[in-house]
Ligand binder design. Structure first.
Ligand code: F0G
Length: 460
């Protein structure tokens, strides 16, 4: 393999890499994005936010500037990530690889509110990003760093969405990409994206955590740029979903943000954004950020419940929500910090609860992939527990598009998602949501009869 040596780039101004464990500050990260002293993760800090010319970071002026950019045709202004570039490491326009990511809609979800027992629930749908998941918001920043630093290869281990996003941004940026995914555990939709965008795609006979272990070795041996969420530039881009959300809410923080938890990069990024927005006077208080996991892939839930977040409890992960089938999450410490700083909580939900919530989100005319549906399933529990009170405002973060995993949806509606597993009583709560497709003779009468039967059923 031929490659260009990464050049020494010092064009990241005003931001530094700081270890979350020992606090050591670095100008440049190691290949694995771990602290050279203690091995902990790094985060980006903006050294001059306290000293920078006050006018540049004046909250009211920033809000006006970001709004004004919405009418601009400049690619970085059209991006829902780079529009907020004052809160990102600085970049030259020409160095940015963008697919006009971000710009994710905020929807009112009346059916979801009803099933959760609340007057109103909103969903920010990050599945509406260019490759169908929230990963694009972080990938635009980290892939741009990779190209600016002269890397020819980028790589990630993935449960599917990171690989789809990385492969797209690498292709747009003229870089090659290497994908490591767990064999048989990534939905076809996501796998097909990586292939179409030209990634070298390896299905390893292991799980996500195993893929991550292999990749960590690979990046030590070859000049391949790591694009998993241990890369702190990913999290900087992902922060902008929270900034965009606050703009959509006219800078009035909601009471609760509910996020799915897998490798725990997204919850860490959103929490970092809220904390920084408060620091800069863009918002006056923090929403509670709560993280929901599948019961079969619940390392953070166990970590909080068993030792208060001091030590990671890894698990052997198993869930049909394959995006969050992760037992050893890299960013667990960052997520614990977010929970503590925002007084959020953790909850776990069963496979049946996930499937039901996914169908309920679909029935609102929105839809999402299974991992995103843990948010509604978790919200129902948090309402029952009284953690979310009836008058409080709630935003669900939907992370992936419905079409990412059509197999799950088809199995659900056919009624064989839980064949052989799940008790009859538990599975029976899914029936009212199931809509099997109907095979008919090609006659008008057959269609009219079906229509009438469906209409009669509605009136019952
Ligand atoms: N939702 C979806 C749709 C995801 O793809 C992921 C993670 C998560 C939630 C969890 O986010 O890891 O930041 O806590 N997917 C990764 C991937 C792991 O490889 O695509 P997280």
């Amino acid at each position: 393999m031929t490659y260009q040596s990464p050049s020494k780039s010092n064009s990241v101004q005003a931001s530094q890499l700081r270890c979350i464990g020992c606090g050591r500050v670095f100008e440049k990260a190691q290949q694995n994005f771990r602290c050279a002293s203690c091995g902990d993760l790094l985060e980006i800090v903006y050294s001059d936010w306290n000293t920078r010319d006050a006018k540049r970071l004046d909250a009211a002026k920033l809000k006006a500037l970001w709004r004004q950019r919405r009418t601009s045709g400049l690619p970085t202004d059209e991006s829902g990530v780079w529009r907020f570039r004052e809160l990102l490491p600085s970049f030259d326009e020409k160095d940015v690889i963008s697919l006009r990511e971000g710009n994710a809609p905020l929807y009112e979800m009346s059916g979801c509110a009803r099933v959760a027992g609340l007057p109103q629930v909103y969903a920010k749908h990050q599945g509406m990003n260019p490759t169908g998941s929230f990963k694009d918001t972080g990938m635009t920043v980290a892939a741009s760093v990779a190209r600016r630093e002269g890397f020819r290869w980028v790589a990630c281990a993935s449960t599917g969405n990171t690989s789809a996003s990385m492969a797209a941004y690498a292709a747009r940026g003229g870089m090659r990409s290497l994908v490591l995914i767990p064999e048989g555990k990534v939905s076809w939709g996501k796998l097909s994206q990586a292939l179409d965008y030209g990634a070298v795609t390896c299905q390893l006979k292991t799980d996500f955590d195993g893929c991550m272990r292999v990749l960590n070795e690979v990046v030590q041996r070859m000049p391949v740029y790591l694009l998993n969420s241990v890369n702190p530039y990913r999290l900087e881009g992902q922060k902008t979903a929270a900034i965009e959300l606050m703009e959509q809410l006219d800078w009035q923080p909601p009471d609760h943000i509910i996020v799915p938890g897998g490798n725990l990069g997204n919850s860490s990024a959103l929490g970092k954004a809220f904390i920084e927005m408060r620091q800069l006077g863009l918002i006056s208080r923090l929403p509670r950020v709560s993280i929901i996991q599948a019961a079969g892939a619940n390392p953070l839930v166990r970590t909080i419940r068993e030792n208060g977040g001091r030590e990671l409890v890894s698990v052997q992960a198993e869930t049909a929500a394959s995006a969050i089938r992760i037992g050893n999450p890299a960013s667990w410490k960052k997520a614990v910090r977010v929970l503590q700083a925002t007084s959020g909580t953790v909850e776990e939900v069963s496979e049946v609860e996930i499937a039901l919530a996914k169908a309920e989100i679909g029935a609102d005319g929105i839809g999402c992939e299974p991992a995103s549906a843990v948010t509604l399933a978790g919200l129902k529990k948090l309402v029952k527990q009284g953690f979310v009170a009836p008058g409080e405002s709630v935003i669900l973060i939907l992370t992936g598009h419905l079409l990412k995993d059509p197999e799950f949806t088809l199995k659900f509606h056919r009624g064989d998602l839980f064949s052989g597993t799940g008790s009859e009583e538990e599975v029976s709560i899914l029936r009212p949501q199931q809509r099997a497709s109907i095979v008919l003779d090609a006659t008008v009468d057959a269609v009219l009869q079906t229509l009438k039967a469906a209409d009669d059923q509605l009136e019952l």
